[in-house]
Design a protein around this ligand. Structure first.
Ligand SMILES: Nc1ncnc2c1ncn2[C@@H]1O[C@H](COP(=O)(O)OP(=O)(O)OP(=O)(O)O)[C@@H](O)[C@H]1O
Ligand SMILES: [Mg+2]
Length: 361
């Protein structure tokens, strides 16, 4: 592993009696795209503010390239932030906005010219130097905000929900552009969003947060395929989450029937929850199904039908299918052993990782 550029050890943040961050630990490697993902109020902006130096940790240590930086003021950190509302100066044109930080640093005029030109070229706004901010679209303003941050050549760029104000099409375009820019510049990006699709599409690593704690960290594929608990499974993608019993390794019981699965390392007959993704389920005839369900409703979603079914115990099953179903009919539900993902109640990320190692291979 490369050495971390930023790390948190047991960082706690309190506002009066409220504990907003409950001992956060992570390591950020240089040159990667990280995303902090979690619901509103979970502490994402607070973490960015502590990294940037706008807010202090109440407890714990913050390191930058191995040096403790808790007491280093914001303007001496090699970090720049793109704020959610962009915080551009409306009375200045594009050039002046991007040049602002360099002027404060008292760089020579020709050096400023050169750097601003290069930053605008990188965000594809070459030629827009003299435009007023009020004459720019939302997406363009966002790129000005990014140019203003990268012109300072930070080692780390912090982006706080920079795409949330954009419409869906522009937002998707900007996702590609940001990802591409990060790879081209090789700067470490720490991106904040509460949009799981955005996180899955853009990141090398995701930290899933809830109530001031990192619940799970990993690559998008890890987190999607192996959520450690119901919160993560629910938050990332569509999930069918059903209560069950782990009879023994590789055998789980749900809806009164036993199924082969690929998980293990639990106690015999331990109560568990299982996840099956809607795209891993298919509908078949009653005799070929592993479970029998009744089709309740369906919606056409463009690429597939989203079909809602219920089993005999009243569990809801969402199925993604390219074929239409007949509402009210009894059908078979089919899935493979590897489509079942078993989760324990209250398992920490460390225990989850240790268990995986103990029974795999
Ligand atoms: N200055 C403050 N004083 C008191 N409480 C604060 C302060 N700043 C943030 N909080 C609280 O800390 C919690 C986390 O806030 P934070 O802004 O980090 O959330 P977030 O994950 O960025 O949410 P969102 O997605 O809505 O932006 C919230 O409950 C918020 O009310
Ligand atoms: Mg926030």
């Amino acid at each position: 592993m490369r050495k971390p550029i930023i790390s948190f050890t047991d960082v706690v943040k309190r506002f009066d009696d409220d504990v907003i961050l409950k001992g956060v630990n992570f390591e950020i490697e240089e040159g990667k795209f990280y995303t902090l993902l979690g619901p509103s109020g979970c502490g994402k902006t607070t973490i960015l503010r502590i990294i940037a130096g706008f807010s202090e940790a109440s407890q714990g240590d913050v390191f930058f390239e191995g040096k403790r930086i808790n007491d280093v003021p914001a303007n001496q950190r090699q970090v720049n932030t793109v704020f959610q509302d962009y915080a551009l100066f409306p009375h200045m044109n594009v050039f002046e906005n991007v040049a602002f930080g360099l002027k404060i640093k008292k760089l020579p005029k020709n050096k400023i010219q050169e750097k601003v030109k290069e930053a605008l070229r990188l965000v594809r706004l070459g030629g827009y130097e003299n435009r007023e901010i009020s004459e720019m679209s939302g997406g363009q303003r966002q790129r000005v905000a990014i140019a203003r941050a990268i012109v300072n050549e930070p080692k780390v760029l912090l982006l706080d929900e920079p795409l949330s104000a954009l419409d869906l099409k522009l937002r998707t375009d900007m996702q590609y552009e940001l990802r591409e820019l990060q790879q081209r510049l090789g700067i470490t990006f720490i991106f904040v969003t509460h949009d799981q699709e955005e996180a899955l599409a853009m990141s090398d690593e995701i930290f899933v947060l809830n109530h001031g704690e990192i619940i799970q960290s990993g690559t998008p594929v890890d987190i999607y395929d192996e959520p450690i608990n119901k919160f993560v499974a629910d938050f990332i993608g569509e999930s069918n989450i059903i209560k069950g019993t782990m009879i023994e390794d590789y055998l789980v019981e749900i809806v009164g029937k036993q199924f082969e699965c690929v998980d293990g390392g639990m106690r015999p007959n331990e109560p568990v929850e299982i996840v099956i993704r809607p795209e891993d389920l298919s509908l078949t005839t009653v005799d070929k199904g592993k479970l029998v369900v009744r089709v309740d409703t369906q919606l056409f979603r463009g690429v597939h039908y989203e079909i809602i079914c219920y089993d005999q115990d009243g569990n809801e099953w969402m199925v993604h299918s390219t074929r239409k179903a007949v509402e009210g009919s009894q059908v078979g539900l089919f899935f493979e052993p590897e489509d079942i993902h078993v989760m324990r109640f209250n398992e920490s990320e460390e225990d989850f990782d240790a268990r995986l190692e103990s029974y795999e291979e």
